[in-house]
Design a binder for this molecule. Sequence first.
Ligand code: ACO
Length: 324
Amino acid sequence: MAVKIIGTGSYLPKNVADNHFLSTIVDTNDEWISQRTGIKERRLSSGSKEGTSFMAVEAAKAALENAGVTAEELDLIIVATVSADSFVPSTSCYVQGEIGAIRATCFDLNAACSGFLFSMNTANAYLEMGMAKTALIIGAETLSREVDWSDRSTCILFGDGAGAAILRKEEGEGGILASVTGSDGSQGDVLTCKSRGIQNPFYKSKRKKDYIQMEGQAVFRFAVTTVPKYIKHLLKKTGLEADDIKYYVLHQANRRILESIAKRLKVDMDKIPMNLDHYGNTSSASIPILLDEINRNELLEPGDKIILSGFGGGLTWGATLIEW
Ligand code: ACO
């Protein structure tokens, strides 16, 4: 038996904010953003009707159609997000209601930009345990609600969007072969977005609002050292060489991070597909959006090996090897 990805889907808002447009909002320019990040434009939600839940539902519907699976067949829905429209109900329960996945168990998962990968591992465990046969996993984010649009050091980095995949345990070989994951809460302060302050009869927080705050260079150092280390660990564990992998589907944070990872793995950049120039950093949505592009462009054939790797706030990281 193997746990396989049998379909993918994604949704991106139509509003495009290119670097020139951002230079009319904050003191920045296309040259600075392009050189430091590789990002040219990002998609931004048009408002509350196009929030995290809506985008998650659209990505889910596309993935179900791509897989040829009905919503009633789903046993499990996990949504990875750090920008849900509501604390309760969870985004996954909202998706369940909208698509009619009446049999599914649903919950959300927060592992920041590693969220999709962690959701995949969790779903894999459910499937391996026999607790589910078919799972829908989604990464969905409206990060435009969490950035300070007057802070040029962060607002240029992020975008909105959602991506999804259907996992199924079925006869055969391949599928999810191995995973490594990790977390380091002691470094949590390098990337934060606090929730609203406590207000109760005993305490009145002065904090009114908070936005994404980041020590950019610390995050950069973390990403370029941790990701190659764990990918190498995964390769060693499975007896593979870096070149045996067709694509490294990495979290789309920054072109320079991806170039540095390629160098450290000693692989060509054509093994590291990128769409961050168009979408910016969509946190947990970036890996499934990219995977959906790869899948729909028919770039994968049965037997191809890919490694998905996420890294982000928490800190969290992980890598998963899949035989398509
Ligand atoms: N436009 C123009 N100038 C800017 C901008 C901007 N948008 N933002 C910052 N600057 C200025 C700063 O004010 C500073 O000016 P100063 O020298 O006069 O003080 C100068 O540019 C350099 O600022 P740094 O913050 O040192 O720039 P750095 O070279 O570190 O690049 C960046 C910043 C792109 C964020 C980089 O640190 C990076 O890529 N970090 C990785 C973080 C990342 O990708 N995070 C994504 C979220 S986390 C994740 O997904 C895992």
